[in-house]
Design a protein around this ligand. Structure first.
Ligand SMILES: [Zn+2]
Length: 298
């Protein structure tokens, strides 16, 4: 959206619909970028917080643009929990969002998390490094931090600190809810570790490489089919098929937000199947558990 149209649309909405400043039943209004953050924040804040998510179910955080209604909501929110790891939605929109609501507290959930480099599987990458970095859709760091339970725990603690600061009256509740959530995340990490350490197939093939932190946490290796947001070249496709055959891979993973055409081609070549794993599901704990068991299938 052009910046000028964006501003005009926003002013227009402000004029036609004056907003009541009092909030229903004293809930704290908070906005997050993606659904897993909404899950964490709701578990911490429970009934004391009203959480809205910017990138809706099925939306792609690399390309999503907010609707005017969402921006209006943002302009009256008290808290924005950003991922902070460089996801494209925030790179494109955070400065506009804070411009419209300069009083809003912004919590950077990535604070204290070590960002990993995006992995480069392409053997030609070294020669093309300069070129690649120019077109790279993520920057050079991997933004998908939330998919490791250890990182999720750090994010949750950051969210709790912001909530407790904004609403000290409910601090004890936020701390208790956070303790429970962290315990669940530690259980999840333990369960997934014991399951994943037993599987023989340590490498998995996926179209959009969202699972770098997950792979890192559980000592697996993610192989991207997409080449930094672009379709692989025929030469890259051939190499992936060759490697997948050599490793005896049976499943090519896709995400609901991304094109599965190449995955189907590869699956056919290796006599395997395509399976969907969603990096953005709301029900974080059950989703990660489900995925761990899909990766671990014989
Ligand atoms: Zn992504």
């Amino acid at each position: 959206m052009q910046i000028k149209i964006f501003f005009n649309l926003f002013l227009f909405l402000m004029l036609i619909q004056p907003v009541a400043l009092s909030r229903a039943n004293d809930q704290l209004t908070a906005i997050v970028s993606i659904l897993p953050q909404a899950y964490f924040l709701k578990r911490i804040g429970a009934e004391h917080i009203d959480v809205s998510v910017m990138v809706p179910e099925g939306g792609n955080p690399h390309t999503y643009e907010p609707t005017p209604t969402q921006l209006k909501k943002v302009s009256h929110a008290q808290l924005y929990v950003k991922m902070g790891s460089g996801i494209d939605f925030e790179r494109a929109w955070m400065s506009k969002i804070t411009y419209f609501n300069p009083d809003m507290t912004v919590c950077d959930s990535s604070q204290g998390i070590h960002l990993l480099e995006m992995k480069h599987d392409d053997p030609d990458f070294a020669h093309k490094k300069k070129d690649r970095h120019r077109v790279h859709h993520h920057g050079t760091k991997d933004p998908h931090i939330w998919l490791s339970p250890s990182n999720a725990i750090i994010m949750v603690e950051n969210m709790k600190s912001s909530l407790a600061e904004l609403d000290p009256a409910h601090r004890a509740i936020y701390e208790e809810n956070t303790r429970e959530l962290v315990a669940d995340l530690l259980d999840l990490k333990q369960e997934l570790s014991s399951h994943l350490e037993t599987i023989a197939q340590r490498e998995f093939f996926i179209v959009h490489p969202a699972w770098g932190y997950f792979a890192n946490e559980f000592h697996l290796k993610q192989r991207a089919i997409e080449d930094f947001g672009k379709d692989p070249t025929p030469r890259q496709l051939t190499k992936i098929v060759h490697d997948a055959k050599k490793l005896n891979a049976r499943i090519i993973f896709i995400s609901p937000q991304f094109n599965s055409k190449n995955a189907k081609v590869i699956a056919r070549e290796i006599n395997g199947t395509v399976a969907t794993i969603d990096p953005l599901a709301y029900d974080y704990i059950n989703n990660l558990r489900k995925i761990a068991y899909m990766l671990g299938r014989p």
